[in-house]
Design a protein around this ligand. Structure first.
Ligand code: PBG
Length: 331
């Protein structure tokens, strides 16, 4: 009889480093990283973010330098998030449509410094621009209205594409926004601008430090449960992904990451499309807190986490650990 002990000893292939390397099923590489960067006003500014130890907001010039470093580290793409000045936030988030807003200036600065050697992914949603911290427009009752929000998001996406964005990433969870944005991009000639849909984005407790980073946390009243998904739902995530693909998404994202790896796996198996995960701010902060408390080795925690994304089926991962992980991988 074969396949039983002692004919089969699974420890045999684990017994030497060369053999473990040879039998490794999944390997995370720097090309699997997307590096989220926070942008703020000023020049030569680095502003540490208290709730995200090791992560800073950078002025436009400094963000371009970070993008240059990303290229040197083999990181193919950066994701930009603006910390809009308080006096530029409004109920309708109109600053999102300003061709000279922080986001657009950062896109142009990166393009000037790096040419087309790096991808620039931009977040489409109104929360960094609204005085109330919600991702869309509110009616009198404080409900985020879908269709008028989609109209503004479409203009926001066109504004980013005109500034030179490569990948438009709507994170707002309005219905129908992928189709609306795709049609607008096509009619404006942006046929090669991609859309990465935050397709299955959950109303998560893991976004807190991000909201500090873009300055929307203190402004936000209530929650985002009328548009972001219920963490209890899996089938609904598949419906979200199916719709976004049918509307023209080039790739999809699951967010947060680790607590939702089952969703990543189901999406990958069902649709066989490029599937990304966002290892979000609260997940980053958890690893940093664990390492700082001596509860685990930081490098080990980071690489094991990233490898698990790959094993679950991810094409790539947005993570605040991008620079650190890339440096580790380069030895
Ligand atoms: C906003 C947006 C959020 C994140 C990315 N885009 C926060 C939210 O939905 O409130 C969170 C990312 C993170 O926590 O790292 N549309």
């Amino acid at each position: 009889m074969t396949g039983l002990f002692p004919d089969t000893r699974l420890r045999r292939t684990r017994s030497a480093a060369w053999s473990r390397a040879m039998h490794r099923e999944n390997q995370f590489t720097p090309a699997d990283l997307i590096w989220p960067l926070f942008v703020t006003e000023g020049e030569a500014v680095e502003e540490p973010i208290g709730s995200l130890p090791g992560v800073s907001r950078w002025s436009v010039d400094a963000v371009a330098t970070r993008a240059k470093e990303a290229i040197d580290l083999g990181i193919p793409c950066v994701a930009l998030f603006p910390n809009t000045q308080a006096d530029r936030r409004s109920d309708d988030g109109a600053e999102a449509l300003n061709p000279d807003n922080l986001m657009c200036r950062a896109i142009r600065a990166i393009r000037d410094t790096c040419g087309h050697d790096i991808g620039i992914l931009t977040d489409v949603a109104l929360d960094p621009y609204t005085a109330h911290g919600q991702d869309g427009l509110l009616d009198e009752a404080g409900y985020v209205v879908n269709d008028p929000t989609v109209e503004i998001l479409t203009q926001q996406a066109l504004n980013q594409a005109a500034a030179g964005a490569d990948i438009i990433a709507p994170s707002d969870m309005m219905d129908g926004r992928i189709g609306a944005i795709r049609r607008a991009l096509e009619s404006e000639g942006h046929v090669n601008v991609q859309i990465m849909a935050y397709a299955a984005k959950y109303a998560s407790a893991f976004y807190g430090p991000f909201r500090d980073a873009v300055g929307s946390g203190g402004l936000l009243k209530g929650d985002k449960k009328s548009y972001q998904m219920d963490p209890a739902n899996g089938e609904e995530a598949l419906r979200e992904v199916a719709l976004d693909l049918s509307e023209g998404a080039d790739s999809v994202m699951v967010k947060p990451g680790l607590p939702y790896l089952d969703i990543v796996r189901r999406v990958k198996e069902r649709f066989e499309v490029p599937t990304f995960a966002y290892h979000v701010s609260g997940e980053y902060a958890m690893i940093e807190a664990a390492a700082a408390a001596g509860a685990g080795d930081r490098d080990g925690l980071v690489m094991e986490t990233l490898t698990s994304f790959k094993r679950a089926g991810c094409t790539g991962v947005l993570t605040y650990h991008a620079e650190h992980a890339a440096r580790l991988m380069h030895g």
